[in-house]
Unconditional design. Structure first.
Length: 258
């Protein structure tokens, strides 16, 4: 917590102290509403990419409520079918916006247009989950290659309407195949992804994601040598400290409470 407060305070001085409304932006960050900046006047808050955290928090609240009320009472297969239907809703919203010629610049950040990106993971967890189901569908190598090709196509195709409508659905479906394949594969690639260095990076990855922008901004502000490299090094150090000082003790506390 001390590290987070120190980082936020430093960033406030570095980036937004000259903006008279930055406290309002910080409050919207605390309320997990920074992914709807147009609703609050676009005030700047903490210099971090918090929009994705907002989407995830909204998802956890909505999905856990839905699961407790409905999905927990039906079979996992039927629950997965419901999730597929729910994943179609953001796609329809995006297509409807494109058909009406609406501004698509905020589609990338909004919860109601991006929830399907997380739902694909829930679909895999509920249906044909290779971790818990020995009879789960096992994608073949050509399925894996086709999914990688779809992801590459999404990167290569730069049409803005495609990128803000169909791209997210194609990516979600392709990643479902990729993860299903890798979770059951024992190839060199799967072993490399499961290696200790990459597993450790995975454990600190979200903190690293949140910290990389402010760390680079600090390096640029103080004119450190090679600011991108030194900024990323600072972000890694911050993520490692957060893992050791905050996350691991809280995990131990959570285990002791259960």
């Amino acid at each position: 917590m001390f590290l987070t407060i120190a980082l936020v305070a430093t960033l406030t001085v570095v980036k937004w102290i000259d903006h008279p409304l930055w406290p309002i932006g910080v409050l919207t960050d605390v309320a997990f509403l920074s992914n709807y900046p147009q609703l609050i006047g676009g005030w700047r808050g903490v210099y971090m990419p918090l929009w994705s955290l907002d989407v995830e928090e909204h998802y956890y609240i909505l999905f856990s409520t839905l699961f407790a009320l409905i999905l927990a009472k039906v079979s996992s297969r039927r629950a997965a079918v419901v999730c597929v239907g729910l994943a179609a809703v953001p796609l329809l919203i995006r297509l409807g916006m494109a058909f009406r010629g609406a501004d698509l610049s905020y589609v990338y950040y909004w919860t109601h247009t991006r929830l399907d990106s997380i739902l694909w993971g829930s679909i895999l967890a509920l249906w044909q989950n290779p971790v818990v189901d020995d009879d789960a569908w096992k994608p073949k190598l050509w399925h894996f290659g086709l999914a990688l090709g779809a992801l590459a196509g999404c990167l290569a195709l730069r049409n803005p309407v495609f990128r803000e409508t169909l791209r997210y659905t194609i990516q979600g479906a392709a990643l479902l195949v990729v993860f299903s394949y890798l979770l059951q594969d024992r190839s060199i690639l799967a072993r490399a992804l499961g290696s200790r260095p990459l597993r450790f990076i995975a454990l600190i990855s979200y903190t690293l994601y949140l910290a990389h922008m402010p760390a680079i901004a600090i390096a640029e502000h103080f004119k450190w040598h090679a600011p991108v490299i030194t900024g990323l090094a600072l972000a890694f150090l911050y993520a490692i400290l957060m893992r050791a000082i905050v996350e691991k003790p809280l995990q131990a506390l959570r285990r002791s409470r259960h």
